[in-house]
Design a protein around this ligand. Structure first.
Ligand SMILES: *Cc1c(COP(=O)(O)O)cnc(C)c1O
Length: 404
């Protein structure tokens, strides 16, 4: 397949990447999604919108983020040279702000007054609350009551930024309930508010919109890498939860002779409930308003998932990843909790960079590639975020293992 015009060709007008994507929602909400899709196509391609977003990225987010060559780590591993795209240096410490600023700017152009979203561990909530404060919009973040207790620092951040945090008090009181609660609010208020999804998941146009806003990562990285080395990388790697940081890195390299790897969390084991490797072990299904590959329980409902990285434990993945997997253009593989923790520790000790435990999955995979007999010469890893948020947990649970 020819990938030169890929990003323009996919998704199609109805939001499909091959069999995956679409809008699976009640008619009222479907209408609201189509309104966002229409607005996005006209507004987001205007020179005014593009220029404003560029200025925000430069002056507020601190972009472009650098590409960094891990010399010490590479030397220890052998001959493969490992490079990091430093999204941990993006404002708020992860790639998520890239799409939140885009979504916020679109909401402003559409005349909306309020941003609504759900959040699990609170990372998306914090990024969106940041965007809302920047644009002077109201912000309402729905979060399971159980997660609110577990993620106190992120809840404090959201409140400090002026967001209203709404507890979801039914069922298991975690992410799924937060999604229900946020959708319910949005259903009643969609005239004046915009729903902002935190990854390349959910109904059309979110998988496309979030991807387009994240492509800045791959576009910058490709140019920076060429300038630094004179070559394209032999392989690029991204960790896949919903899939936004990975797709942002991958897309600008699709038409290049570059091997592309998406890394899913294997958690504790291959048993259902012990991991969140949706593409590796899942099957076709519909959830949260879109069709993709997902992990199901015996009743066909989204299965319980687990990963040491709370940003990766989602029972499905973006429809575009399912499509690229079918096409064979991206190879998807898994990394366990233990391998990710090992990479977390190595990067901290050898390079002075404490990575997010999510990003550590991608780094661990690059380290694995480096140890192969036919190892690649240059590997570029998306370091999607910084690890401050994970330190307490790692020290408490794994301090002994690493003799900290
Ligand atoms: C949320 C998060 C992820 C996972 O989200 P994707 O949409 O799969 O990118 C990865 N890394 C970090 C640092 C995150 O905060």
């Amino acid at each position: 397949m020819d990938f030169r015009n890929y990003a323009k060709q996919y998704p199609d007008r109805k939001g499909y990447f091959g069999d995956y994507g679409g809008i699976y929602l009640p008619p009222d909400l479907e209408k609201a999604m189509l309104e966002i899709a229409d607005a996005y196509e006209t507004i987001a391609h205007s020179a005014q919108f593009i220029n404003e977003l560029r200025r925000i990225r430069r002056e507020f987010q601190g972009r472009p983020t650098p590409v960094y060559h891990c010399e010490r780590l590479s030397r220890e591993l052998g001959t493969t040279q490992i490079y990091l795209k430093r999204e941990d240096l993006n404002h708020t410490g992860a790639h998520k702000l890239n799409h939140c600023m885009g979504e916020g700017l679109l909401a402003k152009y559409m005349g909306k007054k309020k941003l609504i979203a759900e959040t699990g561990a609170g990372q998306h909530g914090v990024a969106l609350a940041t965007a809302a404060a920047f644009f002077g919009l109201e912000c309402e973040i729905h979060m399971g009551e159980v997660d609110i207790k577990k993620q106190a620092p992120n809840v404090a951040r959201m409140k400090l930024l002026g967001a209203k945090v709404v507890p979801a008090t039914h069922g298991l009181k975690t992410l799924k309930e937060a999604v229900d609660s946020a959708f319910e609010t949005y259903m009643n208020e969609f005239e004046d508010s915009m729903y902002c999804i935190g990854s390349v998941v959910g109904p059309h146009p979110f998988p496309k919109m979030v991807r387009d806003f994240q492509m800045v990562v791959g576009e910058e990285a490709r140019e920076q890498f060429l300038e630094m080395t004179g070559y394209l990388p032999d392989a690029i790697v991204g960790a896949v939860g919903g899939g936004s940081n990975a797709i942002g890195l991958f897309l600008p390299f699709l038409n290049d002779p570059v091997d592309i790897y998406g890394v899913e969390p294997l958690g504790r084991s291959t048993k259902l409930g012990d991991h969140a490797a949706s593409l590796t072990y899942g099957e076709k299904g519909v959830m949260h308003g879109f069709q993709s590959i997902m992990l199901k329980d015996k009743e066909g409902e989204p299965a319980p998932v687990y990963s040491v990285a709370s940003g990766l434990d989602y029972p499905s993945t973006g429809p575009e990843h399912a499509f690229l997997n079918d096409l064979g253009r991206v190879k998807y593989d898994v990394i366990s909790d233990e391998e990710a923790l090992d990479a977390f520790y190595k990067l901290s000790r050898m390079e002075g960079i404490i990575p997010a435990i999510e990003s550590s999955h991608a780094l661990a995979y690059a380290m694995k590639l480096a140890k192969k007999e036919d190892n690649p010469g240059f590997v570029l890893v998306n370091l999607s975020g910084r690890g401050d948020k994970d330190m307490d947990f790692v020290l408490e649970k794994y301090g002994e293992k690493f003799q900290l």
